[in-house]
Design a protein around this ligand. Structure first.
Ligand SMILES: [Zn+2]
Length: 143
């Protein structure tokens, strides 16, 4: 099992036909973004149509999970018993995802180091055998 950051009682994502491939990849610790097969635009969250060319044809592009903190908010009110506080809700600009930004959590950061532009890396949190959630932590030991 991976490192845990949140309790089991946290609300869990509900997959549907459009998002299921994302969550299936996540369960295997692969981060993917949806990519239009006609024009190449990437998007996240997944959607049935490309917002640029309206194509319904899409595949899934693997991405590294490296990026930077685009913006964030610090939450001081728990939504589940045992939730650590404060919690950082973060928008991550993924570096190799065609401009896609992803809403997640920043974990393992000291209050002093949280800033816009902070380099981050992906860390998987296994909530169960079927559900892994991508979180992000400050990149350490990287030039
Ligand atoms: Zn397109």
């Amino acid at each position: 099992m991976s490192e845990r950051f949140f309790p089991d009682g946290m609300p869990q994502p509900l997959a549907d036909a459009i998002t299921l491939p994302f969550w299936q990849a996540a369960a295997e610790h692969r981060l993917v973004v949806q990519r239009c097969m006609r024009c190449g635009r990437t998007r996240l969250p997944p959607a049935p149509l490309c917002p640029d060319c309206r194509s319904e044809e899409a595949d899934w592009k693997p991405v590294s999970g490296r990026g930077e903190l685009y913006t964030y908010t610090i939450v001081h009110r728990a939504i589940a018993a045992g939730q650590p506080l404060p919690t950082v809700i973060a928008v991550i600009a993924l570096e190799d995802a065609g401009g896609v930004r992803m809403i997640s959590n920043l974990v393992g950061a000291t209050p002093e180091e949280i800033r816009i532009g902070l380099p981050v890396e992906l860390v998987w949190e296994d909530m169960s055998a079927e559900l892994a959630i991508p979180r992000f932590r400050p990149t350490r030991g990287r030039p």
